[in-house]
Design a protein around this ligand. Structure first.
Ligand code: NAG
Ligand code: NAG
Ligand code: NAG
Length: 806
């Protein structure tokens, strides 16, 4: 290349230096890049000043700084070159000043010559941008709007000009973009611009890298970490874990039982995320039952939970954060039934009475059972546990009809206490019971029953009329009038006479009375049917036979049949003279109408002409010779014989027996005459008696006619007809009206039958009937006349009977 080549390369190396070379007033100006190595020749001063190199050293050329500061350059006195002696750092010397010049004075002596040398330090890109801190911390509220700007720390580059910071770049991210601005001093700074809203709950922190780049060659850059903390805003509602909490809770749960714990979370933080719970909407009822722990959200029981009161509680719970944002959830508390209610039995309809003999299945009442519990706990079974003839028939739903299971008999059981037990199917089961009282009402299903199969009555004859003969009793277990017994006699005849003239019966008491005196000799017994009838409708009756036996009384004296007392009373027995001792001579024959002892006769010789000649058989009445008849014995022998019965007291009759000891009747003429005389006198006396009788009869007849006329109405007729006790219920209406009392009380029965014969029959038994009857005898016509008449009659009657006795 030679010189030309070397020259060109010199130009290339240093040519640009001369661009800045100023030759002003002989002053020198050079440029040198900073940080050149020591010895680097900046320029040739000698040449540029056109000085002789040789003169440099003898003229004591030197380079002075203006203020004796550090010198970075020096001059080579041999060559006149200006070279670098120390490291030149533009940034140290001039900082951020764009132009950086070092000023020197070149001093030459002999002659003193002063030249200004200016050394321009050129910048090289030897500094990277520097951020003030190696981390930028930003706190941005999540609520920041899009477009919000956040200035970032400016990076600094010690270099100037192009070597200074030219741009910033931001790491790619979702939220921010970068805007770069220039300062008034030419620096550049950047701002973060929010491009998309932040969500703390999504991303709480962000780390971005910001790069600052200068414009040097080669380019230098540096980065800084932007640490973005997203600040919370109360932008989140508390959120329940469930929209609806559905829980089951047993009724009667003890206080304090936990029902459910609701939980809500709030994505916010701090107070914004602190959740408290409360009831939002709650019924008054539920408010008394549940409470919620505001901190934990636990719902507990504070009152008596009753399924029967309410089966489901719906509660709205609210969760609220510290800043007042709230959300709600629903809590459904389903109360689970517990068997805590016993069934209740209601009597829907009930008859207090059921008719006996009602057909089985007759409905007595209707019951209804209710249980407030649910499902199995309200399934109720109803039963009757006693042994009673009733059963329950299930009807619709919880209705049961109480019906009879068998025929009832009031006479056996007249009332029932029916206990109905209702049991539910809970576990354990609960039960309750109800007792209902039922009475069986009567129907007339029992006839009166006599206490005995038959009755016998013994009455001694000549009884007092009105005396009681016997008493019958019949029982009827029915109720009240259905069991009230009336007695009556069944009409019949005894020996052709109506029974009523012999007996009457007290319809109430069943006492049978004799109406008249009986005569054993007339009849000894008879039967009578007594009917007992109750007062039911229709009435029931039964009958019994009463046998009346009349007992004998010694009311008949012995009657001599032979020898006949009248007519041939003087009839004589012939006794043969040769009759031997013990031979049967005659016989007294006597009878007694009575019977038994009363008719047991004994014979006795009371008086005899020759005592010791004859004997009589005490029982046979045979008269026998006690010894042989002798000639000396009187021919006529009279015996008086007494015949005596064995009654108490005994009655006796006497008769005379004439015995003639003779073999020939002709031997006794006196006797014949005597008998004729007797006959004649008898005839005349008969005639006299007849005459007297006829006239007496006539007279009596006339007197009677007059008497009858006079006291026709006063004299009673003796009537015993209609002497039947007729129960008042069966009297025809006109009978009932007899006394105009409307109803005929049984005490009037006797009255009634006493007056049935005719209106004129006023005869009353004053003494014969029981005092009750008579005491009530308001209708008896008790005139003294009548009474005396009656008594007269009885007196007469007794006279008659005494006559008979005699
Ligand atoms: C029924 O109960 C009543 C009262 O409790 C009692 O007086 C009566 O004797 C009872 N009857 C029966 C038949 O048990
Ligand atoms: C008597 O029985 C009849 C039915 O035979 C009945 O109608 C009546 O009520 C009963 N009387 C009484 C008092 O029970
Ligand atoms: C008396 O009772 C019997 C059976 O007890 C009956 O056959 C008869 O008819 C009854 N007589 C009267 C008159 O009631």
């Amino acid at each position: 290349m030679g010189f030309k080549g070397a020259f060109l390369s010199w130009i290339a190396l240093y040519g640009w230096i001369f661009v800045f070379l100023h030759v002003c007033h002989g002053d020198l100006s050079y440029s040198v890049p900073e940080e050149t190595k020591k010895g680097f020749v900046v320029g040739n001063v000698a040449k540029d000043l056109a000085l002789d190199v040789k003169g440099l050293s003898y003229r004591e050329s030197r380079l002075d700084t203006e203020d004796n500061d550090k010198r970075f350059c020096d001059i080579n006195l041999q060559t006149g070159e200006l070279f670098v002696v120390d490291r030149i750092d533009r940034e140290e010397l001039c900082g951020s000043k764009i132009s950086c010049n070092l000023r020197y004075e070149l001093v030459l002596e002999n002659p003193l010559e002063l030249h200004q040398v200016s050394l321009h330090i050129e910048d090289i890109n030897d500094n990277s941008p520097v951020f003030p801190k190696n981390e930028i911390k930003l706190e941005i509220a999540e609520s920041a709007d899009k477009g919000a700007r956040f200035p970032l720390d400016e990076a600094h580059d010690a270099d100037v000009g192009r070597n200074g910071i030219q741009s910033y770049t931001l790491e790619k991210n979702n939220h921010f973009t970068l805007a770069v601005h220039s300062n008034s001093d030419g620096g550049k700074y950047s701002e973060l611009i929010l491009d998309k809203e932040l969500d703390r709950e999504q991303q709480q922190e962000m780390v971005l890298t910001l790069t600052a780049t200068d414009g040097g060659t080669p380019q230098r850059s540096s980065t800084v970490t932007i640490h973005v903390t997203v600040l919370d805003a109360n932008d989140n509602l508390p959120v329940f874990t469930q929209q609806t909490y559905e829980v089951r809770l047993f009724e009667n749960s003890p206080l304090g039982t936990a029902v459910v714990t609701v939980s809500a979370s709030d994505a916010d933080e701090g107070a914004n995320g602190e959740v408290t719970y409360d009831f939002n909407r709650i019924s008054d009822k539920a408010a008394k039952l549940f409470s919620i722990d505001s901190a934990s959200g636990e719902i507990t029981v504070i009152g008596p939970v009753d399924f029967e009161d309410k089966r489901e509680h719906e509660i709205r719970v609210q969760a609220k954060d510290g800043a007042g944002l709230a959300s709600t959830a629903k809590v459904l508390v389903n109360i689970v039934d517990v068997n805590d209610n016993a069934p209740v039995i209601f009597l829907k309809s009930f008859k207090n009475h059921v008719l006996e003999h009602a057909l089985p299945g007759t409905e007595v009442g209707m019951i209804n059972v209710q249980d407030k519990d649910s499902e199995g706990n309200r399934q109720v079974r109803c039963s009757i546990q006693q042994n009673v003839p009733f059963k329950l028939n299930p009807s619709i739903k919880n209705y049961y009809s109480l019906v009879t299971a068998a025929e009832l008999d009031r006479e056996l059981v007249s009332e029932y206490n029916i206990t109905i037990v209702a049991t539910d199917e809970g576990n354990p089961p609960l039960s309750s019971s109800k007792t209902i009282h039922l009475s069986v009402s009567d129907i007339n299903d029992n006839p009166p029953v006599f206490e005995e199969q038959s009755y016998s009555a013994y009455v001694s004859e000549n009884n007092k009329p009105g005396s009681s003969v016997c008493s019958v009793t019949a029982r009827d277990p029915d109720w009240r009038q259905n069991g009230t017994v009336f007695y009556s006699l069944l009409p019949s005849e005894v020996n052709g006479v109506p029974l009523s003239s012999y007996l009457s019966i007290n319809g109430d008491t069943g006492v049978i009375h004799a109406v008249r005196a009986f005569d054993y000799e007339q009849f000894r017994s008879f039967k009578v049917q007594v009917v007992a009838r109750d007062n039911g409708s229709p009435p029931l009756s039964s009958n019994v036979t009463v046998s009346v036996f009349i007992t004998d009384e010694n009311d008949n004296s012995p009657q001599i049949l032979y020898p006949t007392p009248e007519g041939n009373s003087f009839m004589t027995e012939m006794v043969p003279k040769a009759a031997l001792s013990g031979s049967l001579l005659s016989k007294v024959i006597a009878v007694d109408a009575d019977s038994g002892q009363n008719a047991w006769l004994s014979y006795q010789i009371v008086k005899s002409t020759d005592p010791g000649l004859f004997t009589i058989g005490v029982h046979s009445g045979e008269i026998r010779a006690q010894r042989d008849i002798s000639e000396s014995d009187s021919m006529k022998q009279n015996l008086v014989i007494s015949v005596k019965d064995n009654g108490q007291p005994s009655l006796s009759t006497t008769c005379a027996v004439y015995l003639l000891i003779s073999d020939n009747l002709a031997e006794v003429p006196e006797l014949k005459d005597m008998s004729y005389e007797e006959n004649n006198s008898k005839l005349t006396s008969y005639l006299i008696i007849a005459l007297v009788s006829v006239s007496t009869f006539f007279l009596t007849f006339i007197i009677l006619i007059i008497a009858v006329r006079l006291c026709h109405r006063r004299k009673p007729r003796l009537l015993f007809d209609g002497a039947v006790a007729i129960p008042s219920a069966y009297l025809p209406p006109n009978y009932a009206d007899v006394d105009r009392t409307g109803t005929l009380r049984s005490t009037y029965n006797y009255d009634a039958y006493m007056t049935t014969g005719s209106r004129t029959s006023d005869f009353k038994f004053v003494t014969s009937y029981n005092d009750n009857t008579l005491a009530a005898g308001s209708t008896l016509k008790k005139s003294p006349n009548d009474n005396s008449n009656c008594l007269d009659f009885f007196e007469d009657a007794s006279k008659c009977s005494t006559l008979v006795n005699n």
